[in-house]
Design a binder for this molecule. Structure first.
Ligand code: NAD
Ligand code: TYD
Length: 353
């Protein structure tokens, strides 16, 4: 039995689906179901008797502690977080509450319960490349040993959570492993992040807002490769270590959006919005916008034999096809109020509410 937090979100739900498909043990999925938590993401496992969903907030230490006593998991994989940079600029309080206080409460629940935990217990903490801050264009990729330099409230809240996990490893012998993930993409991603947002807006014939000059670089990893890497870290990662998970598929935001436009042109040949590149619009710069993230993933390759299996070309095509085939899912998750803040702050007009 393992516990997953945040398993109704984008990466967490992929991890849950993979786990249930490849492992034989039970999984307790603890999720608060915030705006980005969605049980529709778990529809394909809804009849699986090994999946136990519990709606709970990780900040509620006593609830989590009781769950740990009852279930006696052999591992916790901690995905639950507020995850979007723009929202953290708009309203940082939830990020402090969930990412820092929530992680702290979860760690305290584990500490209180661990007297009875099995010796094999593992805590896998899901972190991000953003804790290392922005890298100069063309600088070498960074390793797990790079210094932390978070540049926005989301990144700072994740860095604080990492520091707590590191402190618990050292002070209380918490058998934890940290993973730093680059940008993920794929099915079920909430359409606030670049790729699903641009697909959704392209489908609707709406402008595609690129912050600033669009030359910012991100490394894009398909969520299925990311979840597989996390599974390997859970199984064989060394306690106290951190592992970078990255694709080596770096491109600028502008290049990414052009690729998406070209895929939409090809997959929607009757669309009145072709060529979709005409929808690209440069809008105001994101405050504190990190220029580049670039992780070196040699350690996980050498120690655990992980390498991405899905090329960016293949993954993007599959992702656009998924959104084309799941427009009801897309409609169900779009929120108007937050998008208005984006419009007001990035000079982005022509939004739907
Ligand atoms: P997401 O926003 O899609 O999902 C987050 C999930 O956590 C949701 O199901 C939400 O309901 C749940 N949650 C939020 N607050 C909670 C709370 N207080 N208690 C319990 N559940 C709560 O996020 P994601 O993109 O799947 O990211 C998952 C993890 O991976 C996060 O820790 C994020 O920081 C990290 N990460 C994401 C990316 C990426 O590209 N998406 C990259 C690197 C790291
Ligand atoms: P995002 O998906 O929000 O992920 P992150 O900020 O965690 O990297 O954004 C990816 C990149 O795309 C980032 O450089 C910001 C940029 N971006 C835009 O240019 N326009 C948008 O509408 C969004 C959401 C992001």
């Amino acid at each position: 039995m393992i516990v997953v937090t945040g398993g109704a979100g984008f990466i967490g739900s992929e991890f849950v689906r993979q786990w249930l498909a490849t492992e034989s043990s039970e999984l307790v999925n603890i999720d608060k179901l915030t705006y980005s938590g969605n049980l529709e993401n778990l529809a394909s496992v809804s009849g699986n008797s090994r999946h136990h969903f519990v709606q709970a907030d990780i900040v509620e230490q006593s609830v989590i502690e009781q769950l740990l006593h009852e279930r006696q998991p052999r591992a916790i994989v901690h995905f639950a977080a507020e995850s979007h940079v723009d929202r953290s600029i708009h309203a940082p309080a939830d990020f402090i509450q969930t990412n820092i206080c929530g992680t702290f409460r979860l760690l305290e629940a584990v500490r209180a319960w661990r007297g009875t935990a099995s010796r094999e217990f593992r805590f896998v903490h899901i972190s991000t490349d953003e804790v290392f801050g922005s890298l100069p264009l063309k600088a070498a990729q960074i390793s797990e040993a790079a210094a932390y330099a978070p540049g926005n409230p989301y990144a700072a809240s994740k860095a604080a959570a990492d520091h707590l996990v590191r402190a618990y490893i050292r002070t209380y012998d918490l058998p934890a492993v940290i993973v730093h993930c680059c940008n993920n993409y794929g099915p079920f991603q909430f359409p606030e992040k670049l790729i699903p947002l641009m697909i959704a807006r392209g489908l609707a014939g709406e402008s595609m807002p690129i912050y600033g000059d669009g030359l910012h670089e991100r490394d894009w990893l398909h969520v299925s490769d990311a979840a597989r890497a996390i599974g390997l870290v859970l199984a064989r990662g060394r306690i106290g270590e951190s592992y970078n998970i990255a694709a080596g598929h770096a491109c600028s935001n502008l290049q990414m959006v052009c690729m998406l436009c070209d895929l939409l042109d090809e997959l929607r040949p009757q669309s009145p919005y072709r060529p979709h590149r005409q929808l690209i619009t440069h809008v105001a710069e994101r405050p504190g916008h990190d220029r580049r993230y670039a992780l070196n993933a040699d350690k996980i390759a050498q120690e655990l034999g992980w390498r991405p299996q899905i090329s960016l070309r293949e993954g993007l095509r599959q992702t656009v096809e998924w959104y084309l085939g799941n427009q009801a899912w897309l409609e169900n998750v779009v929120s108007g109020r937050y998008r208005q803040w984006i419009a007001d702050n990035y000079g982005w007009r022509n939004i739907r509410s």
